[in-house]
Write a protein that binds this ligand. Structure first.
Ligand code: NAP
Length: 460
């Protein structure tokens, strides 16, 4: 048998998911010493995952990662097979038959649950839905958010909560030259929200924002950040945490909260964004629609860096008709691939997929949020994907198969039989160019197509 990874017998790899970890895995494979052919399968006609539909529209700089992904896509060893859902249009078994190896980089598309009564009342939304909606993701474009209330509540103090509350805090002038979806811009223009409450279950020393994201709240044109001085008192363990040099980001966050608490309120601004701590929602109250939230006050317990929130029994209520639960994403299982229900991830050892007995499953690999959980910034995924690809290359001999693998050819013939239309990178570039042209008229970086049908009709 010819050695695998040579011109005569290239290593055929399918990557499932075209977000950052998928592109970084493709890059690592293409740059490796072995000859590869990489097919990236994507459910939507558009690539780039959360860089397109998660990164906030007013954070265009972060979207520059796409330039690198476009470079990777130029490689003759890279091929996009988009508008194809693995698990439905193509099974994992069919991928295993067609490729030497498959890397699952399908991210974390669902949400963690709060697990409190009333969580599913109308008016209680996940951050994922709202983010997808303002970013024009086809799955969420038809969602409706009732922005007619005075008060909005966001549960969670991570960067997604920062994005959601910042979008609610900004004026239309601050948003209209971004790539925010037009339907969201129109709805936000009618928003009556005046108070945004961003609520953490732990203290100000444990908030998970990054300093840059929090600082932006001090620079909004019509919204004041509000932090009460008495909420910034720290227990000794939190003080210890902030003294730790490696915890510089939390110290910066805490200093920003202190700065916000000392600000002279700008009465000319029509909105306020409150940051509050040590509160957990206990129950969401309403008949069919959210009317108020009962919070339990918390105190911290445990040693520094391991402190958790414990309820004190004391409760307070907040009247609101709109809540965004921003407490972290969660992966969803793919049929034919092991899944850890508790973690919402694919079990793995450095990227090699493992089964319930911790044995490595041949041919299957994983990278990104579905491998390690939803943490880190875009660039964090690069090291994660490189680790997986290094394991895959180490397994080269084991991956060499006596049966011939035909890669994309086999997949195209399966898709053709089922009349499933697949999109390549050149097709996508037509959509991309058209979106940019539509945006130019409005002085926006792009106007996104928000339905699969619209995208496919541009490609013709
Ligand atoms: P995250 O950073 O993990 O924050 C989740 C927040 O939810 C934390 O404050 C957490 O509190 C809280 N939480 C979790 N379970 C809870 C519960 N049951 N009740 C109340 N609060 C709960 O997650 P994320 O905001 O979804 O962000 C995901 C990743 O994407 C992060 O690494 C983030 O930095 C990244 N991201 C980056 C950017 C950017 O760079 N601009 C933008 C968006 C997202 P505890 O700390 O107590 O668990």
């Amino acid at each position: 048998m010819t050695n695998l990874g040579t011109d005569q017998n290239p290593l055929l790899v399918a990557i499932v998911g075209s977000g950052p970890s998928g592109f970084y895995a493709a890059e690592a494979l293409i740059k490796s010493e072995v000859k590869v052919k990489v097919d990236v399968l994507e459910r939507l006609p558009s690539p780039f995952g959360l860089v397109r539909s998660g990164v906030a529209p007013d954070h265009q700089k972060l979207k520059q990662a796409i330039k690198l992904y476009e470079k990777i896509a130029e490689s003759p060893d890279f091929n996009l097979i988009a508008n194809v859902t693995v698990g439905t249009d193509i099974s994992v078994k069919e991928l295993r038959d067609a490729y030497h190896a498959i890397i699952f980089t399908c991210g974390a598309e669902s949400d963690r649950k709060l697990g409190v009564p009333g969580e599913d009342l109308k008016g209680s939304y996940t951050a994922t839905e709202f983010v997808g909606w303002y970013n024009g993701h086809p799955d969420y474009r038809d969602r409706e958010f009732d922005l007619s209330h005075d008060i909005a509540v966001i549960i969670g103090q991570g960067n997604v909560a920062a994005d959601v509350s910042r979008i609610l805090s900004k004026t239309i002038d601050e948003l209209k030259h971004t790539d925010i979806a037009q339907h969201a811009l129109d709805a936000l223009a009618e928003s009556k929200i005046k108070e945004i409450h961003v609520i953490g279950r732990r203290g100000p020393a444990q908030a998970k924002f990054t300093p840059k994201e929090l600082r932006e709240f001090g620079e909004l044109s019509d919204c004041e950040p509000v932090v009460l001085e008495q909420d910034l008192l720290l227990n000794p363990e939190s003080e210890k945490e902030l003294e730790e040099k490696s915890n510089i980001s939390s110290k910066k966050i805490y200093d920003l909260f202190c700065e916000f608490s000392k600000r002279e309120p700008d009465t000319a601004k029509s909105k306020k964004c409150f940051f509050s701590f040590l509160m957990s929602p206990k129950e969401l109250i309403g008949d069919t629609t959210l009317e108020r939230i009962i919070f339990e006050k918390n105190k911290l317990s445990g040693e520094s860096f391991k402190q958790s929130a414990r309820g004190t029994g004391e409760t307070i209520e907040l009247e609101t008709g709109i809540l965004f639960r921003s407490i972290g994403y969660r992966g969803i299982p793919v049929e034919g691939v092991p899944f850890n229900e508790s973690w919402g991830t694919i079990p793995n050892d450095k990227g090699r997929v493992t089964d319930s007995e911790n044995n490595v499953v041949d041919q299957l690999y994983t990278a990104g949020w579905i491998k390690r959980g939803p943490s880190g910034i875009i660039g964090t995924n690069r090291a994660c994907s490189v680790e997986t690809v290094e394991c895959l290359i180490q397994d080269l001999e084991k991956l060499n198969s006596s049966t011939k693998k035909s890669g994309a050819k086999a997949i195209y013939s399966k898709l053709d039989i089922k009349s499933i239309r697949h999109i390549n990178f050149e097709d996508w570039k037509k959509v991309d160019t058209s979106e940019i042209e539509l945006g130019e008229v409005k002085d926006k970086p792009r106007e996104k197509y928000t339905s699969i049908h619209e995208m496919l009709s541009v490609i013709k």
